[in-house]
Design a protein. Sequence first.
Length: 511
Amino acid sequence: MERRKKSFSALNILLIVQLILMFGISIGVTQLISKEATKSSDTYMMTIAEERSRIILNYVENIRKTLSEYSHAGEILNVLENPSDDEARSAAQAYTESFSGDIVNLEGIYVSEWNTHVLAHTNSKVSGMTTRSGGALEELQKALLNSEDGIFESGVISSPASGKQILSMYKVVFNSENSPAGIVGIGVYTDGLINLLDSLSERDTDSSFYSMMDAANKEYIFCSDSGVSVTGGNIPELILLCDVLNGTKDNSSGKFTYEADGIKYVSMYSYMADRGWIFMMNDTEDEMYSLTGNMRSYLIIFIIFCILLIVIFNIINKKHEDTSQRLNKVVEKQEKTRENLSNALFRDMLTDMKNRVSFSNDFEEGKISCEAGHVYYFAMFNVRRFSEINILYGEEAGDMVLVAASAVLKKCFPNSVVYRTGSDEFFVVTERSGGDDAKDVFFSELSRAVKNLSMPVNIGDGTINVYYSVAAARKSNNINISVIPSLKSIMNMNEANAASGKEIIELDSIK
């Protein structure tokens, strides 16, 4: 009997020790999963916020392109040269009405003389009116002349004509003497942008909502939660964020928390510095971190089960095995997500080449050292007037040009690494022996690439000729990311001297 008691006691001690160990392990696992779940939730919401901010910027950029396209129309240029010509005004009005029909959510687009005397407008009744005078006119003219590309964005405003919210911008049009000849302006309702954001929000959680605020005046531009007030004055954390971000020149993103009506919220923001807008994705803390709360609840239940099921040791072990399997799946899923994010960070999705970030990482200061007798060869290819290709033939055609160029460079430099280091820029890197034979091989590859790139590019409904600026160099020491600006300088000198760019410059000799 005593032996049985000792055996039973030893078994109880073993079970209690295992219970304690399992309890400790469970706490550690729960904390780990809770931490990773919180991090994953934050990353997901931040990705959404940054994605939506890019959509907003693309929406605004499309309006800019539309206004620029309108300003280059022959009817518009003609009426600005001959504002008193009835035939020119009629042609401009007809073109404006036709052009307006293709723009979704348009309030109006127009052309006026430099003094804002309207020559043609979507609404023909506005033609002949002068929209500004005095200080207001001078302020607009000054803003247009001081803008980098001649386009002045007045931002999101309430339209004086319709009372609705619009995106408004203006562009100066110069005459042949490079003097201001007139102004083109456009107003587009924000309804289209809001509808687009609303359609994307259907994929979000039920409690999440988005908003965008002007950091300068601390007022909401729009908010998908109709219960939010026009200003952010009732959220001190948001007011502080506006004060911190207002006037900064760099885009940024981050997270802040706040409490409203007794509910705790988490907000992920993306700041668009050029326009002073803060886009935010908001959700309740309970909903956003529901997995963390579930894991804590699971821990409590697990403790109760451990106490109740000490006598059925095998079931507890099975439970532990199931938990481990679920943990492995979570970790595997997170690893896959991390791998996908890494590919998105270091590769250009259009050409499947390494990108500028990857180049900076590969050629970080001190990372590269040549073997004895070896040297690095570099070549830079820049698509000339790439923006004009996008404007004249469309962005899809521009993408075809980039894909074709990447294919040529991969083929012509089979033993090299090709990077896409800019929107219209490619960079070739190869390590070779330092002899003349290696230089001749690289020169041959470079010549073949230049020849093949000069061939017309098929863009679906025709072909276009694309021209490239080229620079080449080699270097054997102190190799880092500074080779890019060095080759850009060489490329600029080649263009200034009308050189072919196929001469291989010795960077080691340049101080």
